[in-house]
Design a binder for this molecule. Structure first.
Ligand code: SAM
Ligand code: SF4
Length: 325
C-alpha cells in the first residue's frame, strides 16, 4: 500500500494524456506554449501498464486529464482499457467540453463513470478573454451532450477570479439549483505562467458560499474528507455546489492523490518541485516491481502540504496544462 510519512494513503491517480490543448486559458498556460514531442508521451499501452501496477498498490480511482484529454486521438480506447483493469473502481475525466458533442456517447460506451467540464463564464466576450478562444457555444453544447449521454455525474468546474468572473457566482449557483447540475467553484491557484495570478484575484471559498447563501438556502452535504470539494445542497432545489479552497483552506492533510504527467513523470503533489521518472523505467526494460518502486519513492517523499501564500512557496516550473489538473 502507498502510505506516506503522515499516514495518508494514495487511492487516486490523475493521469494526463497530453499537454496539448485547443484552448489557451489565461490561468493555465501561455498563448505560445511549447508542447512535448509525441514520442515523449506515454502510449496507451504504457499508461495501462502503469495503472495496473498502481491498482495493485491500492489506487482505486483514475481521472484522465491534460492539457485537453479529448484532443488525444481515440482516448475512448484508453478508457476501455483502463475500465477493464480488475480492482479499479472508476475512470473519470476532466475536459473543457469542446469535443463532447462528438465524443460523449463513445465515452459512455467505453465505461467512463463521470465527467467534470470546465466553464468559467456564460458571457461570450469574457469567455474569449479567459480562454483566448471563441468557443462558448461549443462548450455549452458539450455539457448538454454529456447529460444526454448519461455521463453522470456531470460536474461543471468554474475557476473564480476577482474582477474577471466572480460576479457570475450567483448565476452559476442558480444553474445548479434549477438544472440538477453539480457546480464546483475553484479558487484560482498560482499555476499559470506567472503573468496573471496574484493573491488579490483569489476569491476565498467562505466568500463564495456566503454569496450563494444570500440568494439561496444551502445545507452542507457529508463528504469524504479526501474529496477536495466541500459540498452543499440547496434546501429548496435540485443540484449541488462545491468549493475547492486549495488556497485559503488547503486540504493537504487528507490528500489521497498522485499525478502522472503525459510524459510519464510521477508527481506527489500539484505543487511538487520533484518528479519521479516512470517513463525511464518503462522504456528501460524495467519490471513491474521497478515501476512499483518509483511509486513507493514518490509517496515516501510526499510533503505535508503546499505553502501557497506562505513564506517558502516556490511555484512549480510546469504550468497547469503540463502537470494535469
Ligand atoms: N482541459 C481540461 C479542462 O480544462 O477541464 C483538463 C485540464 S485543466 C488543467 C483541469 C482543471 O484545472 C480545469 O477545471 C481548470 O479550470 C483548472 N485549472 C487550470 N488552471 C488553474 C488554476 N491556475 N487555478 C485553478 N484551477 C485551474
Ligand atoms: Fe486547456 Fe484546460 Fe488549461 Fe484551459 S484549463 S488551457 S482547457 S488545459
Amino acid at each position: 500500500m502507498l502510505v506516506d510519512r503522515f499516514g495518508r494513503r494514495a487511492r487516486k491517480l490523475r493521469i494526463s494524456v497530453t499537454d496539448r490543448c485547443n484552448f489557451r486559458c489565461v490561468y493555465c498556460m501561455p498563448e505560445e506554449a511549447e508542447f512535448k514531442d509525441r514520442a515523449e508521451l506515454l502510449t496507451y499501452e504504457e499508461i495501462e501498464r502503469v495503472t495496473r501496477v498502481a491498482v495493485q498498490l491500492g489506487i482505486e480511482k483514475v481521472r484522465l486529464t491534460g492539457g485537453e484529454p479529448l484532443v488525444r486521438r481515440d482516448v475512448e480506447r484508453l478508457v476501455e482499457r483502463l475500465v477493464s483493469i480488475p480492482g479499479l473502481r472508476a475512470v473519470s475525466m476532466t475536459t473543457n467540453g469542446y469535443f463532447l458533442p462528438a465524443k460523449a456517447a463513445a465515452l459512455k460506451r467505453a465505461g467512463l463513470s463521470g465527467i467534470n467540464i470546465s466553464l468559467d463564464t456564460l458571457d461570450r466576450d469574457r469567455f474569449v478573454l479567459l480562454t483566448r478562444r471563441d468557443y462558448l457555444r461549443e462548450v455549452l453544447a458539450g455539457i448538454g451532450a454529456a447529460v444526454a449521454a448519461g455521463l453522470e455525474p456531470v460536474k461543471v468546474n468554474m475557476v473564480v477570479m476577482r474582477g474577471y468572473n466572480d460576479d457570475e457566482v450567483e448565476t452559476f449557483a442558480a444553474q445548479a439549483r434549477s438544472r440538477a447540475l453539480v457546480v464546483r467553484f475553484i479558487e484560482f491557484m498560482p499555476l499559470d505562467n506567472g503573468s496573471v495570478w496574484n493573491e488579490s484575484l483569489v476569491v476565498p471559498a467562505h466568500e463564495i458560499i456566503a454569496r450563494v447563501q444570500a440568494v439561496a438556502p444551502l445545507e452542507p452535504v457529508e463528504h469524504d474528507k479526501s474529496d477536495p470539494a466541500r459540498r452543499w445542497r440547496f434546501k429548496d432545489g435540485q443540484g449541488e455546489i462545491g468549493v475547492i479552497a486549495s488556497v485559503t483552506e488547503p486540504f493537504c492533510g487528507h490528500c489521497d492523490r498522485l499525478r502522472l504527467t503525459a510524459d510519464g513523470k510521477l508527481r506527489n503533489c500539484l505543487f511538487a518541485l520533484d518528479e519521479y521518472d516512470v517513463r525511464a523505467v518503462l522504456r528501460g526494460g524495467g519490471s513491474d516491481a521497478d515501476i512499483a518502486a518509483v511509486f513507493s519513492e514518490a509517496v515516501a517523499n510526499k510533503w505535508a502540504g503546499h505553502l501557497i501564500n506562505r513564506e517558502g512557496f516556490v511555484k512549480p516550473e510546469r504550468t497547469m496544462h503540463a502537470i494535469g489538473g
